[in-house]
Design a protein around this ligand. Structure first.
Ligand code: DOR
Ligand code: ZN
Length: 350
């Protein structure tokens, strides 16, 4: 049996959706995490402070049933020509908007609402550098000539590196970094930090493709090679301060996942922490778990350290499988990631 205590973790990349799905999924995050960096790819996307404040209130209302007011959603805006710089400055100063998220058009769920490449948002990003606001980047080339497994590396080289040179004062988070190339870039640039997901740490593309296609592991950026996974595990479990956990929990109902075209997204809000703990355990680095899930993000985002604590206990003897899906009010099912790890680990709020 293994037992560790860690400060309350934060989730630095989370999709909570809205309406019925928000109500169904928010508890899984609110019962375990403190801050959550909430993504803006709603329909329509969040592009102004008024909508951000209203969305945060809907999240808080939905979370109130489970969290006793402890969950702190941080709202992001969707990089778009609709962002008004005065509104952004005011929203950031008031603490209502935490960051701006850039999506390449067509790369993932609801990103068809994006317009333009990084270079076209230069004045927005200049203003963000002046404010000290981080830019969050979904780094994925949508050039049809580029192989799907090379999309992150190509986007970083073609778009992110030139942007860092143009805007040396801008701090950037590479979201859900998924390749060794991404890790190397982050380690070589002070301007960069990165989130890493539980599923990119725990799985490689063989798990996705080699033994029956697994729509529940289909996400963007795609889960990549064993070599890429090993590099992600290496930097995460070393506790490197440039990398923190962002679950990228992205619920889709089974009706959107199972069919001729699967929606991209892994739902890991409930058991992602256990899946990450299992990766650290197998790497012999469980003592570094708190750095990755509780401390590094505090440093990157400049928030106050957590006061609460969690106890995680691993026991093979008591293993019993938790529910493998949740069901929304109208009967949609959303399949959990990390059920195997959750059968081994118990998480208690202290
Ligand atoms: O797999 C993904 N799903 N990647 C993203 O970047 C977006 C997300 C979603 O919103 O479903
Ligand atoms: Zn995401």
């Amino acid at each position: 049996m293994v037992t560790i205590e860690i400060p309350t973790p934060d989730d630095w990349h989370l999709h909570l959706r809205d309406d019925e799905m928000l109500k169904a999924v928010v508890g899984a995050s609110a019962q375990t995490y403190r801050y959550a960096m909430v993504m803006p790819n709603l329909r329509p996307p969040l592009t102004n402070t008024t909508d951000a404040v209203a969305y945060r209130q809907r999240i808080l209302d939905a979370a109130a049933a489970v969290d006793g007011g402890a969950f702190k959603p941080l709202i992001t805006l969707f990089a778009s020509a609709d962002i008004d710089l005065d509104d952004l400055r005011a929203g950031f100063a008031a603490g209502d908007v935490a960051a701006v998220k850039f999506y390449p058009a067509g790369a993932t769920t609801n990103s068809d609402q994006a317009a333009g490449g990084l270079a076209e948002f230069n004045s927005l990003f200049e203003a963000m550098a002046d404010m000290g606001m981080r830019l969050l980047v979904h780094a994925e080339s949508t050039d049809p000539e580029v192989d799907v497994y090379d999309r992150e590396a190509v986007f970083l080289e073609r778009h992110v590196v030139p942007m860092l040179e143009r805007l040396p004062g801008l701090s950037v988070t590479i979201e859900h970094v998924s390749t060794a190339a991404g890790v190397d870039l982050v380690m070589g640039h002070d301007q960069l930090a990165a989130t890493i997901t539980p599923h990119h740490l725990a799985k490689d593309r063989g798990d996705l493709l080699a033994s029956g296609l697994k729509p529940d592991l289909y996400c963007k950026p795609i889960i990549n090679s064993p070599t890429d996974r090993r590099r992600l595990v290496e930097v995460a479990t070393a506790g490197d301060s440039s990398f923190c956990m962002g679950t990228d929990s992205a619920p889709h109902p089974t009706t959107a996942k199972y069919g001729p075209s699967a929606a991209a997204g892994v739902f890991n809000a409930a058991y992602g922490l256990e899946a990450v703990a299992e990766v650290f355990f197998h790497a012999g680095q469980i003592d570094n778990l708190a750095k990755f899930v509780s401390h590094n993000g505090v440093g990157i985002y400049g928030v106050e350290p957590p006061v609460g604590r969690l106890r995680l206990t691993r026991s093979e003897a008591e293993a019993s499988a938790p529910p493998d899906r949740l069901v929304t009010e109208s009967g949609d099912e959303v399949v959990h990631f990390g059920v195997d790890a959750a059968a081994l680990w118990t998480v208690e709020v202290l």
